[in-house]
Design a binder for this molecule. Structure first.
Ligand code: SF4
Length: 94
């Protein structure tokens, strides 16, 4: 349903005919780490995330998975090889 409170005319799952059902009754503003992200939108002088109602929660466990302002620097660390395959590659000299 289209938002009628903070992010007017943006489709939102939290909006019902009774109003906004998100925790606190409205979206939360962005956090500092969101600056520069393409999902940031301005309404009534405040900045909000187009994708999430509570941007701070997206950064609690690390990088927001939809952030467009941060390069995926942790990709190499998370793409660890299976130790057995790594051992075979080393023995083959690759
Ligand atoms: S997508 Fe993530 S980084 Fe971008 S504004 Fe929303 S919460 Fe912030």
């Amino acid at each position: 349903m289209l938002c009628t409170t903070v992010k007017k005319d943006i489709d939102c799952n939290f909006m019902t005919s009774q109003g906004c059902t998100f925790n606190g009754g409205s979206c939360h503003t962005i956090v500092e780490k969101c600056n520069g992200c393409d999902h940031v939108v301005s309404f009534q002088g405040n900045q909000y995330c187009r994708a999430y109602a509570d941007p701070s929660s997206k950064w609690v466990l690390g990088r927001c998975n939809f952030a467009t302002n941060v390069i995926k620097d942790g990709l190499k660390e998370s793409k660890r090889l299976n130790p057995l395959k790594e051992s075979k590659r080393k023995s083959r000299g690759k």
